[in-house]
Design a protein around this ligand. Structure first.
Ligand SMILES: NC(=O)c1ccc[n+]([C@@H]2O[C@H](COP(=O)([O-])OP(=O)(O)OC[C@H]3O[C@@H](n4cnc5c(N)ncnc54)[C@H](O)[C@@H]3O)[C@@H](O)[C@H]2O)c1
Ligand SMILES: [Fe+2]
Length: 377
């Protein structure tokens, strides 16, 4: 962009970062103006013991709470409607979103529907201008999506086999509670998939048509931190330094994407997930280098900046991404992810129609996307 173009950057949420900082959750809830908490989470977090840990903190502080733990990976409109019914009967509260991107995204929809009692998740397109939702405190437990930085969720509309964007300015988290201790027990395959998501956020943000000097500052630092620390956290999940660096890096990548938008890697990955249920980061890894190859001629400067951030010597950003994804064993051919050949045209059409694809540096045609899919099948 030229140096004369006007810019509006809406400041994102308050950040509370540090090992153990989730212990101050009751204070963070109170800071939103409510003294009751409605926790949105999933069964995996229950099994990992993190829900009990957080609820204990609320109990010790004498805070009234209720919990909805039915969010599924790749949350659906059904999850959001079910959680909304629960919070509507619980009454006025701050919504505490505890989990990975799935719980955070679902919580935004649930908080929004609490303020719009007649609406359902499938009304997403009309809800962007609706009444305010309940305030949100986000407690991410994966280092990946950066979903704590924005006010929208990516929700699966199972009937339409597509992702919808459900959001509102009022449900952008007021506070992001970034406690790396919460990620110490994350299994290595989830560390790999979620961390790769953060890396792609940084790279696609740098190359996005919506990039500007502010998003590029966040994205460059994010790529540097995630590329350096993701392999370390993958190799030793108990390394708190690596977990902390990766968590902050993923958060910065979220700040970047919220300003700039993303691109075709996400467009295709959303479509693959909508057809097969593949975890988000795995779907990204399946096509990342190939989409970068396709986009390279339109993203020369961005990929050079990414390569510098990854300290590449004598290679390209694409080589560096290939090394990282190989090292954390995250890349699979589409046929191993449940994609059938007959699905490819539909995946290409859905990817092209996804709004995230509009910011990609080189706009593809449907045959372009089909060629990329065939190459990674
Ligand atoms: N809103 C945004 O800006 C944005 C950006 C990117 C992705 N997303 C969305 O985020 C979702 C993916 O989120 P994700 O990659 O964080 O995965 P996830 O939230 O689906 O979590 C993956 C699994 O890991 C488990 N888990 C999470 N934290 C854990 C922990 N600390 N210990 C043990 N187990 C744990 C969960 O229970 C779940 O089973 C997708 O739906 C994607 O579309 C949103
Ligand atoms: Fe993502």
């Amino acid at each position: 962009m030229s140096g004369l173009e006007p810019l509006t950057i809406d400041p994102t949420c308050r950040i509370e970062f540090g090992p153990g900082v989730v212990g101050r959750l009751p204070d963070f809830v109170t800071a939103t103006g409510f003294d009751r908490a409605f926790v949105v989470t999933d069964k995996g977090l229950r099994a990992a013991g993190l829900v009990d840990k957080v609820l204990k903190g609320l109990e010790v502080a004498g805070m009234e709470y209720d919990v909805y733990d039915g969010v599924s990976p790749n949350p659906s409109t059904e999850n959001v409607d079910e959680g909304a019914a629960a919070v509507r009967s619980f009454g006025a509260a701050a919504v505490v979103a505890l989990g990975g991107g799935s719980a955070l995204d679902a919580a935004k929809g649930i908080a929004l529907l609490a303020g719009n009692r007649a609406a359902a998740a499938a009304d997403a397109d009309a809800l962007w201008d609706a009444a305010d939702g309940l305030p949100l405190v986000a407690v991410p437990t994966t280092s990946g999506t950066g979903a704590e930085t924005n006010g929208f969720g990516v929700i699966e509309d199972a009937c339409a086999r597509r992702k919808i964007y459900l959001g509102h300015a009022s449900v952008k988290p007021r506070i992001a509670v970034l406690d790396p201790e919460l990620t110490l027990g994350l299994p290595s395959r989830v560390t790999a998939a979620t961390g790769f998501d953060a890396l792609v956020h940084g790279i696609e943000s740098l190359a996005s048509r919506g990039a500007n000097p502010v998003s590029a500052a966040y994205a460059t630092q994010a790529v540097a931190m995630v590329s350096r620390w993701l392999p370390v956290a993958y190799a030793d999940g108990a390394d708190l330094e690596a977990r902390a660096q990766l968590m902050l890096g993923a958060h910065l990548a979220g700040q970047a994407l919220t300003i700039s938008g993303l691109g075709l890697v996400h467009g295709i990955a959303h479509a693959v997930t909508a057809h097969t249920g593949t975890p988000h980061g795995i779907a990204l890894a399946a096509v990342c280098e190939e989409v970068m190859d396709f986009s390279a001629e339109a993203a020369v400067g961005a990929y050079e900046q990414a390569a510098q951030a990854m300290h590449v010597r004598g290679g390209t950003a694409i080589d560096a991404v290939r090394r990282i994804s190989g090292g954390i064993d995250v890349k699979r051919p589409l046929r191993e992810l449940g994609v059938e050949r007959a699905m490819l045209p539909s995946i290409a059409a859905v990817a092209l129609a996804d709004p995230v694809t509009r910011n990609t540096p080189l706009l593809p045609t449907e045959p372009d996307i089909l060629r990329i899919l065939a190459a990674v099948y």
